[in-house]
Design a protein around this ligand. Structure first.
Ligand SMILES: [Zn+2]
Length: 145
């Protein structure tokens, strides 16, 4: 499969996945009481919510990368890092068709998310993602799909 086709497939899958989670979130929003009742513990609903938010954030971020990678294909810069313009390794492209940064720059970007999107709320919250703001036991929970 060509890179272009892989990106198109990834984007379609992401769109479908995001739409499904958003639909589920809306459904849970209107049915949260009965859902909590069924589980017998409102905390389960909260966990469910945080899980959705975390997944949605990750998918949205990934989708942005796919869209950018498609643009890079069009403009002929695909395979070079958006940040430092060095060549992204074949192994990385193979593992991550929508890689738009080299490994080094991707690492830099992964840590200080707030640095790329400075704003009043980011400054107030610090580097801690909103989803772990609660200081709750979920901090140690590993989210899964
Ligand atoms: Zn780079």
């Amino acid at each position: 499969m060509t890179i272009g086709a892989r990106l198109a497939v990834a984007r379609r899958d992401l769109d479908a996945h995001i739409a499904r989670i958003e639909a589920e979130a809306r459904a849970n929003g209107s049915a949260s009481i009965s859902f909590g009742k069924r589980i017998g513990d409102g905390t389960s609903v909260a966990v469910e919510r945080l899980n959705e938010i975390a997944i949605l954030e990750r998918l949205t971020k990934q989708r942005r990368m796919v869209v950018r990678a498609q643009a890079k294909l069009d403009e002929g810069s695909y395979g070079t890092c958006d940040a430092c313009a060095s060549t992204i390794s074949d192994a990385r492209i193979e593992a991550l068709a929508w890689a738009i940064h080299c490994l080094e720059c991707a690492d830099l970007e992964a840590v200080p998310e707030a640095r790329h999107q400075p704003g009043p709320s980011a400054a107030a919250q610090g580097p801690t993602p909103a989803t772990t703001d609660t200081g709750s036991p979920w901090d140690s929970v590993r989210w899964t799909d």
